[in-house]
Design a protein around this ligand. Structure first.
Ligand SMILES: [Zn+2]
Ligand SMILES: [Zn+2]
Length: 291
């Protein structure tokens, strides 16, 4: 009896340890753990492995949120970093040190994170090329440049199990380089940072309002919705409006703007597209791209 149990455990271990690169994926799940100007972290994974995109909340919260959706930290193969702002790297030092998680980003972003004050070990952040595919956890991943006020900022285009996921969370406008990656997505996470009226009438100083609205700042509800109305197609099955501002936006405003602009352009959502407004401080529902 003992032998049987041991054999079963051993077989299970072997099964879990096999690299799934040549296996057809049985599952592909996406979950936003946190999205917004207070912290960003997204999970993408199959039944074997997963990755994180950004680590802008504490490592403790990341572990807790993953555990709540039955994801073990041991299955996370690395974290992709979009840029050096604190709402994208807050938990990175602990994740790399305590959880031995490697981070992946461009050389320029790597250098911007590894300042003399940074406690992150240099070896923990690996350089990736810009606009060239690399593999992690069996996924094909490409970083593409976006316009934002950091030394460099990227979005990520990830192909897994025949599905294409694009993440573009901090961008002042949609430049020509970024547009094709956004248009190609089946699941798109796109910034919808501020409501134009709330920002104009809000208490932010003028210089900050100008910065947010600039081509290197953040994407507003109008900008995101107008672009989405242009690119919407039957392959785009999931739209996630992301990185909402705490002070200059509400989920209702972001959704209303999208609905209004779609309606003005005669776009009728017939249930083929799932639209989600990502929560600021708590995980959103899991999106099951392949069940
Ligand atoms: Zn941000
Ligand atoms: Zn930023």
């Amino acid at each position: 009896m003992t032998l049987t149990i041991r054999s079963a455990v051993f077989s299970l271990y072997l099964y879990l340890s096999l690299p799934p690169l040549n296996k057809a994926l049985m599952k592909l799940n996406f979950c936003s753990l946190s999205s917004g100007s207070s912290g960003n972290c997204y999970y993408l994974g199959n039944e074997f492995h997963g990755i994180l995109i950004d680590a802008g909340i504490s490592a403790t919260s990341i572990r807790k949120f993953l555990k709540n959706i039955d994801i073990s930290m041991q299955t996370i193969m690395g974290v992709l970093i979009t840029h050096n702002h604190i709402d994208h790297v807050k938990g990175l030092e602990v994740l790399t040190r305590r959880d031995s998680l490697p981070a992946f980003t461009t050389d320029k972003i790597r250098k911007s994170i590894l300042t003399p004050q940074s406690k992150i070990s240099r070896d923990c952040i690996r350089k990736i090329p810009l606009q060239e595919k690399f593999q992690l956890a069996g996924f094909d991943i490409e970083a593409f440049p976006v316009c934002h006020d950091a030394p460099e900022t990227v979005g990520f285009h990830i192909c897994a199990g025949g599905k294409k996921i694009t993440i573009a969370t901090d961008l002042g406008h949609i430049c020509q380089t970024a547009a094709p990656y956004i248009k190609a997505a089946n699941l798109l996470v796109i910034e919808s940072n501020y409501d134009e009226e709330m920002l104009a009438n809000g208490r932010y100083p003028r210089f900050l309002k100008t910065r947010i609205r600039s081509d290197n700042g953040h994407l507003g509800n109008q900008q995101a919705s107008v672009f989405l109305a242009e690119i919407i197609n039957e392959n785009l099955s999931h739209i996630c409006l992301a990185h909402l501002s705490r002070n200059n936006n509400t989920p209702e405003k972001a959704l209303q703007t999208l609905q209004q602009i779609f309606s003005n352009k005669g776009i009728i959502l017939n249930g083929q597209q799932q639209i989600t407004i990502l929560n600021r401080n708590i995980p959103a529902d899991i999106i099951r791209l392949i069940e």
